[in-house]
Design a protein around this ligand. Structure first.
Ligand code: DQA
Length: 168
């Protein structure tokens, strides 16, 4: 009885500490961050955001793989490729957020827990940005905190995945 409880506790500790693999996807035009409308998207470029994500990943024991594409099909392929390699997805789909049924279907198809992030608060902006095709199949959305949206999203995803693995 006691031995089983100790073994269970050890397993929980092991799962808490075992590294997670997360895929970070940046959609169209996010390669221009830093110079693209800095009043809306901030002055950090994508490489700097990726570095911050990797540093946060180290603290959280999360291995972060980042990629960016301006092409919808490339992003769909990356989502398919995540199966068996990554336990979760963090995505800023950029403008495809508001247009892409294909990205939404890809995320639904692989059924990997996904957090949607945006640098700007999409609900404070033009009406066409208020609708997200991804939101209904994401575990959650973080919007409006600049580069910090990505960090908050990674923290939320890591915490969700660990609780999920532990069956909490
Ligand atoms: C964005 C918001 C989208 O509406 C826009 O098309 C982007 C960036 C954001 O991070 O705030 O490209 O996803």
């Amino acid at each position: 009885m006691i031995a089983r409880a100790i073994a269970k506790r050890a397993k929980v500790q092991e799962l808490k500490l075992s590294p997670l693999n997360v895929l970070v996807l940046h959609g169209p035009n996010l390669n221009l961050l830093g110079r693209r409308e800095p009043g809306i998207y901030g002055s950090l470029n994508m490489t700097e955001i990726n570095r911050q994500l990797e540093a946060e990943g180290q603290k959280l024991a999360v291995k972060v793989l980042t990629m960016q594409s301006n092409h919808e099909g490339v992003l769909v392929d990356a989502i398919h490729d995540a199966l068996g390699k990554h336990q979760g997805i963090l995505i800023n789909a950029g403008a495809y957020t508001h247009t892409s049924v294909a990205l939404r279907d890809a995320i639904a198809a692989v059924n990997l827990p996904t957090v949607e992030v945006h640098l700007s608060n999409i609900y404070k902006r033009e009406e066409f940005r208020h609708h997200s095709y991804i939101a209904p199949i994401a575990i959650g959305q973080i919007s409006g905190f600049g580069a910090q949206s990505y960090i908050l999203g990674l923290q939320a995803l890591a915490s969700y995945l660990r609780q999920d693995i532990l069956g909490l």
